[in-house]
Design a protein around this ligand. Structure first.
Ligand code: DX5
Ligand code: ZN
Length: 221
């Protein structure tokens, strides 16, 4: 298991002051920026695209940008996000006709690649594409909105994914997304996650430093 990463989802940030919000949460100890891309097609919501990613880089954000694509089709956006400064690009296998090809495209564009598993999606894809993955993302809510409750069956799926990753011997991060909070992160870390997305739990508080620290401490305990 790798070092703990806290990746605030900017979906819950104040978009009118996005640059400041990202600076503030990174200065508060967050490690990555989790960037939720929704297309009103694969998921019933519409958010942000490569322009906003590029704007954050131009603003001076140096931290890894963890792009979570909830879009269909996927491939056309990969080079755009690579050019816009994405560090990691993750997508849902249901949204790509050719999962292996999309992974190859992400790697060829110079980004790290992640595959995302919805609450009812089995982990079978991992049998064949583990060698191309830098990250496995387990959804603990159905994708589309911030502020939903953690679905407990994600814990068992995290344990299974942890075993598969450990058996592979590859340095693949195990990320969890949805309903992660200071009061459940210890149990989630215990199930094997090392990378934690949190939107409402962080941006819903005034003191970002306190909540990021509380999450790191609880995840390490
Ligand atoms: C859901 C997004 C999440 C979401 C997390 O579709 O992928 O990243 O913003 O928000 P919280 O932490 O509020 O559940
Ligand atoms: Zn996300």
């Amino acid at each position: 298991k790798q070092s703990t990463v806290i990746a605030p989802s900017i979906l819950s940030a104040d978009f009118a002051r996005l640059g400041e919000e990202v600076d503030h949460v990174l200065a508060a100890g967050a490690d990555w920026v989790h960037f939720d891309v929704m297309d009103n097609h694969y998921v019933p919501n519409l958010t942000i695209g490569p322009l906003v990613c590029e704007a954050l880089r131009k603003h001076g954000v140096a931290a890894p940008i963890d792009v979570h694509l909830m879009v269909k089709p996927v491939d056309r956006l990969v080079p755009d996000f690579a050019k816009a400064g994405a560090t990691l690009i993750s997508f849902h296998p249901e949204a790509s006709d050719h999962v292996d090809r999309t992974l190859q495209l992400i790697k060829a564009s110079g980004c790290q690649a992640g595959l995302v598993f919805n609450p009812a999606t089995p982990l079978g894809h991992l049998d064949y594409v583990l060698d191309k993955l830098d990250l496995v993302l387990i959804m603990s809510v159905n994708p589309g909105f911030g502020g939903q409750s953690f679905i407990p069956t994600a814990l068992e799926k995290l344990r299974r994914a942890r075993e598969i990753i450990d058996r592979s011997g590859r340095p693949i991060r195990l990320e969890v997304d949805g309903g992660v909070k200071p009061d459940n992160i210890a149990e989630i870390a215990g199930a094997g996650a090392d990378t934690f997305v949190a939107g409402s739990a962080i941006f819903g508080q005034k003191d970002y430093r306190a909540v990021v620290k509380a999450m790191k401490d609880a995840a390490a305990a």
